[in-house]
Design a protein around this ligand. Structure first.
Ligand code: SAM
Length: 243
């Protein structure tokens, strides 16, 4: 997969020199091409922003440097061009999986008060947000999005099954996990996890995942097809105080 990043701060993406993404890049499973907008500034002072028409606070990123940068991308028409923006549609796990199936995406990272609307109108396929809060730059949203997408690109994760059991993959939160030691500050690991009985362990994990979802994100349960057994458990938990 090819991800083009259009930014004023290329160095922010140096974080991908470590961790699983760096491995994916080395193996050429993932190609990150970073384009510095400032190199396409239109005056000798390297300005890329200007005051908003109509007045008001802050500065707006000018259209021309961004478009000049976009046009440097080979086969731009084959790319899905995304502007990361708090006004965009909120990204969820389904969107991440859909994006991971694309060959080429281009991410535009805004700064200041955002980018000139005419870039969005003519060149952007979709605006995406990572949540209902405002960041100081689209780069941080791009980092999150690229990291989430990369988990779904075959070959990136050591264990190809790990993302399949991630939170949201079946619509529920993943349940609690434990590791050594068996007793930590007088708290024990649930006995069933030490039993070696795989069927019972799977059953405990499934119920625990359902319980965590019921307690923390009951809204998610509206979009999941539940079995009779799961419905019964939910009724049971709802009828008593299980906290
Ligand atoms: C300081 S913000 C601009 C906020 C703008 N004044 C507003 O109120 O919508 C600068 C840039 O950060 C990025 N950004 C901020 N919040 C974001 C979010 N929740 N998701 C994705 N990108 C975001 C966008 O690229 C935006 O152009």
């Amino acid at each position: 997969m090819n991800i083009n990043i259009i930014t004023l701060f290329p160095e922010i993406f140096d974080v991908f020199e470590t961790g699983i993404i760096s491995k994916a890049i080395k193996q050429k499973i993932l190609l990150l091409n970073i384009f510095d907008i400032r190199k396409n500034s239109i005056n000798k002072h390297f300005h890329v922003d200007s005051k908003p028409y109509g007045g008001g606070e802050g500065m707006v990123m000018m259209a021309e440097p961004i478009v000049k940068t976009l046009l440097q991308i080979k086969n731009l028409k084959k790319n899905s061009v995304i502007y990361l923006s708090p006004q965009g549609k909120k990204i969820d796990q389904k969107k991440v999986v859909d994006l991971s199936k694309l060959k080429n995406i281009t991410l535009i990272c805004g700064r200041y008060e955002g980018i000139d609307q005419r870039v969005i109108d003519k060149y952007v396929d979709e605006e995406l947000s990572i949540g209902d809060f405002v960041l100081s730059g689209g780069e941080y949203a791009a980092l999150c999005l690229i990291d989430a997408i990369s988990r779904h690109i075959p070959g990136t994760l050591g264990n190809k099954h790990s993302y399949m059991k991630d939170t949201f993959s079946n619509g529920l939160l993943k349940g609690s996990v434990y590791t050594k030691p068996e007793i930590f500050e007088e708290m024990s690991v649930p006995k069933v996890l030490l039993s070696g009985n795989h069927k019972k362990i799977e059953e405990w994990r499934a119920n625990n995942s359902l319980k965590q979802t019921f307690l923390r994100r009951p809204d998610l349960l509206n979009n999941v097809k539940l079995t009779k057994k799961q419905k019964k458990l939910l009724e049971e938990w709802a009828s008593k105080d299980i906290l």
